[in-house]
Design a protein around this ligand. Structure first.
Ligand code: PLP
Length: 447
């Protein structure tokens, strides 16, 4: 384990102990989520440094955090303070980015199904937009005839370089739903013409996939789009495409606290694959999500009961599908590390014993981990689901009307004490009722 990994693990243990000691986890709040503020800052700094090292001096690089990975306003605000922007893929995500104070020119709107109103709003705000398809480009034609755009506009391309091990996250297959499929017949010529005909179209965008996509294919997707930009600019006889938006997708190591691959490794791979990418002729936009946040989030849950079924020990905890939908529904693709603590929040010793870590939801598949060797768990113990800072607790799944747990950012002071800040308050029962149509109680009764 590297020293950075050791520091992450140590901070996490300190935070778990403090969360239990300070009552964030209790009978009333048996689930809580923690975010490691120092870890998030380190990841943001690592991303900036990697691209700054790879790119020629003066190259403009905007790292637009993919809001969907962790749609929490204080997180977007922290990343904004760290010099990052926001990539929004829906009106809601755009609203979150604005609420966090991310300025329009540090934002990118990418949603695949933008309405006319969405496009109008983005243009009015001066938010750069990547069009997904020819019909959307036609809408932009109409809108830009009314008012010349204040923000750069781009076109998303599906480089069709192939998929990875998780089909649902592979966006560069021949039939993926995103962008203009570059290798389809006639598409390349159509794209070149689209740029030649539209002086306001100045960006190319691609995002070939997320977790499970081999790094080699990610880099190939970027190269393919870089080459397309070169072709467009050559055909125009001058610079038409000035910015390349290379998407996100760097995979996360869910097996240990070691960061692999690193941003620096990816930047080196891109340099080798498409040397011209970083030579300063193109401004760059990136859209990393999971790799910035995943390892800095931890879900804590109390063990309520322990039992055995068919000789399998089972710990019944309060964290399941509501905070870990992907793991519960597709455990083979999304295994999570689980660590065990005693009721005081101290790492629990004991011989590894194969057991299931179950959640609170009423369906059999609601397991955080199946047949996992862990110290024998007892009621009152605490389990932690690691690497859940992206696409987990911030993506609540409201099964069984289970409440959204509180989310707390933590910072460890030099003396080892821990300060928590509320990022999202735990959801109350009256809020659940309100969201479930509580105010329309009699709506279905006869008048
Ligand atoms: C999801 C997504 C991202 C972020 O992907 P990560 O795997 O979280 O880095 C970036 N860009 C687009 C267009 C996306 O859909």
């Amino acid at each position: 384990m590297g020293s950075e990994a050791a520091r992450i693990a140590r901070r996490r243990d300190q935070a778990v102990h403090a969360a239990v000691g300070q009552g964030l986890l209790s009978e009333a709040e048996p689930v809580a989520a923690l975010l490691d503020v120092a870890g998030i800052r380190d990841s943001a700094a690592g991303l900036r440094a990697a691209f700054a090292a790879a790119a020629a001096p003066g190259t403009r690089v905007l790292h637009a955090f993919a809001v969907k990975a962790c749609p929490l306003v204080p997180v977007l605000r922290l990343l904004h303070e760290e010099g990052l922007g926001a990539e929004a893929a829906s009106p809601g995500e755009l609203a979150l980015a604005r609420a966090a104070g991310v300025p329009p020119h540090h934002t990118v709107l990418d949603s695949p199904a933008k309405t006319g109103a969405d496009l109008r709003e983005a243009l009015a705000l001066g938010v750069p937009v990547n069009a997904d398809n020819p019909q959307e480009l036609a809408r932009l034609d109409a809108l830009t005839r009314e008012t010349p755009p204040r923000a750069p506009l781009g076109l998303r391309v599906n480089a069709q370089v192939g998929g990875g091990t998780i089909g649902a996250l592979s966006t560069a297959t021949p039939t993926s739903k995103f962008g203009v499929p570059l290798r389809d017949e006639g598409a390349r010529e159509w794209i070149v013409r689209a740029f030649l005909d539209r002086p306001w179209l100045t960006r190319l965008h691609t995002h070939s996939g997320s977790q499970g996509l081999p790094l080699r294919l990610m880099a190939e997707g970027v190269r393919v789009v870089y080459e397309l930009a070169e072709e467009i600019n050559a055909a125009a006889g001058r610079r038409r495409v000035g910015t390349l938006d290379i998407g996100g997708g760097l995979p996360v190591n869910f097996a240990s606290d070691d960061t692999a691959p690193t941003y620096a490794e990816y930047a080196r791979l891109l340099t080798a694959e498409a040397p011209g990418l970083f030579d300063g002729r193109y401004a760059l936009v990136t859209e990393f999500g999971r790799s910035l946040l995943a390892r800095h989030g931890t879900v804590l849950a109390r063990v309520e009961y322990t039992k055995t079924a068919g000789s399998r020990p089972i710990a019944v905890t309060h964290a399941g599908v509501q905070v870990a939908a992907r793991t519960v529904y597709d455990p083979a693709s999304w295994p999570l590390r689980i660590t065990a603590y005693d009721s005081g929040g101290t790492p629990k010793p004991g011989p590894p014993t194969v057991q299931d870590v179950a959640g609170p939801a009423c369906f059999a598949g609601d397991l955080l981990a199946a047949a996992r060797p862990l110290p024998p768990l007892s009621p009152g113990d605490v389990v932690a689901a690691l690497d859940t800072g992206a696409y987990y607790f911030a993506h609540h799944y409201a099964y069984n009307a289970l409440p959204r747990p509180g989310v707390y950012g933590f910072a460890v002071r030099p003396d080892g004490t821990v300060r928590f800040a509320t990022v999202r308050a735990p959801q109350r029962a009256d809020e659940i009722v309100a969201e479930a149509g509580g105010e329309h109680r009699d709506a279905l009764l006869p008048e």
